[in-house]
Design a protein. Sequence first.
Length: 200
Amino acid sequence: MQATKDLPATYQLYKTLNLSSTVVAMRLNMAAVPLLLVFGWLFARLIILLRSINPFPKGVLSFFTTVSGWELLAFPLSIILMFVVHELVHGLFFWLFTRERPRFALKAGYAFAAAPDWYLPGLQYTIVGLSPFVIITLVTILLAVFVMPPLVPYLLFISTFNAAGALGDLIVVSWVLRQPNTVLVKDEGDIFTSFAPSTE
């Protein structure tokens, strides 16, 4: 089955996941904080394994106290760029499946890409949901193996913040995967609705 704008006549509302409230956004952001430590440690170990270089030989705090002003400015800029690229990757895969420009929006505490007029099969939606986590992680870790050592910490920050920031995506994807493989998913950015064939 392909993405469609017309819900098949045999389909009916199955489940809804609403992440639109400010409280939910705050809880997701708070839950992502410990994930920064988990993914940061994991990706640093991976870089050390692949390149035999420690991104922070004197510790993370030392990195922020010894870099120049321009280097310190590069840190938040790289994180902002990561968030933009994250949503663009979502948008790219929405476009690949629908051939229609996705909707991008920024709300308090989060941004999103969506295809609110489309119903995507569960597999396609899973690809859309996981694509930024998988692609950005792979690209940044691979780049960290080849770039000059001073750039490695920034790539580690990007991969770490992207992975932790993908918590919402992972929640939605796990929600979809727990449903029948025949479902169609409608993504309105922060409200997700699934539809399944009627059993009547």
